[in-house]
Design a binder for this molecule. Structure first.
Ligand SMILES: NC(=O)c1ccc[n+]([C@@H]2O[C@H](COP(=O)([O-])OP(=O)(O)OC[C@H]3O[C@@H](n4cnc5c(N)ncnc54)[C@H](OP(=O)(O)O)[C@@H]3O)[C@@H](O)[C@H]2O)c1
Length: 312
């Protein structure tokens, strides 16, 4: 089989992190980190994350656009992306494990109220907090895809009551499943700790607003590890200020990096982490890319294919 001519285009990921893992995983292919080195019409595959606006428009004969990130909202909303070319996203077990660790850490923190204990220590206050065991605590997972499902399975092993919300109805052992618009209010009303793992799409952007937050039980904790664009910040801050929500853990923001002076930085009931719940790992990501290119050559179904209309 002939070599694929591959171009790497990204404003956010750099060749120095990716060149070696990609060269090792794709020994028979031709890799370019400078798009100007080859005519666009002779490129087979583009590997990309956050490309400069319009940068993929001239790649008319591509066989595949392979995202090197799991979230593809910037690619699917780019009107200059060649329309007929398959778009695949990254699915990497190493990232999934990282997300499971992050989610489990934040859920246990919220469950055991470790932030309140740290506050008590700073105030030299000796007060026992009586927490229920995990089997009396309900965690809701918004988005039951690759990441949500893995998080749900780990939380089940820790004995939490777990419920999930997705677009389509699901049957998952030990998980109470809700779906669609009508399933959202009853799902939220029982979620004492809510983990957000939804993609950002036309339908989900801005969905975490005042109405959404009003469905959560009083004193709930929100953990957003997905995308900042899902949240209406003014509504979330109002719910935190008013005490309806006990705490929010935010890994992702409408504007990243979070600007100096943003209220989230110093809010007593907000934990800020710098978009690192599950970082891309070029070594394992390169293995996924190699497998997808093998499938492309063999005419087998690609993994992580994105439905551009649906947006994920
Ligand atoms: N913070 C980080 O470091 C980090 C790292 C990696 C990824 N992420 C984010 O995590 C997101 C989720 O990743 P994933 O791999 O789990 O995605 P995925 O496998 O595509 O799963 C998406 C889930 O969301 C559900 N969903 C989508 N739109 C919906 C809607 N309108 N109504 C109800 N449910 C809807 C889907 O329902 P169906 O199952 O019915 O289709 C599915 O269960 C990514 O898009 C990315 O933005 C963040």
């Amino acid at each position: 089989m002939s070599a694929f001519r591959i171009v790497f285009i990204s404003t956010a990921e750099t060749a120095d992190r990716w060149a070696q893992p990609l060269c090792e995983a794709l020994p028979g292919d031709e890799l370019h980190f400078d798009a100007g080195e080859v005519p666009a019409s002779e490129v087979d595959v583009v590997l990309t994350a956050a490309p400069p606006p319009g940068a993929l428009a001239s790649f008319k004969r591509l066989k595949l656009i392979q995202s090197i990130w799991m979230g593809v909202e910037t690619l699917v909303t780019d009107p200059t992306l060649p329309a007929e070319v398959p778009l695949a996203r990254m699915i990497d077990p190493s990232m999934t494990r990282a997300m499971v660790e992050s989610a489990a850490a934040h859920v246990l923190n919220a469950h055991l109220r470790l932030d309140d204990l740290a506050r008590q220590q700073r105030e030299e206050r000796w007060k026992i907090l009586r927490n229920p065991n995990a089997d009396a605590r309900t965690v809701g997972i918004l988005g039951m895809g690759e990441l949500g499902l893995a998080v749900a399975q780990t939380l089940r092993k820790l004995d939490f009551r777990v419920r999930g919300w997705s677009r389509g109805a699901k049957q998952i052992d030990g998980v109470e499943s809700f779906s669609g618009e009508e399933g959202l209010p009853p799902f939220l009303s029982g979620s004492e700790i809510l983990v957000v793992l939804l993609p950002q799409t036309e339908e989900t952007v801005g969905m975490i607003d005042a109405k959404f937050l009003a469905h959560l039980p009083g004193g709930a904790v929100l953990i957003n590890l997905a995308r900042g664009g899902l949240v209406r910040d003014a509504d979330l801050l109002a719910a935190l200020d008013g005490g309806r929500l006990r705490h929010a853990v935010l890994d992702v923001f409408n504007l990243e990096p979070l600007p100096p002076g943003d209220r989230y930085w110093h809010h007593p009931h907000v934990t800020v982490t710098p978009h690192m719940a599950a970082l891309t790992n070029p070594r394992t990501a390169a293995e996924f890319i190699a497998e997808n290119l093998r499938r492309l050559r063999a005419g087998e179904p690609l993994r992580g294919l994105v439905d551009r209309k649906r947006g994920y």
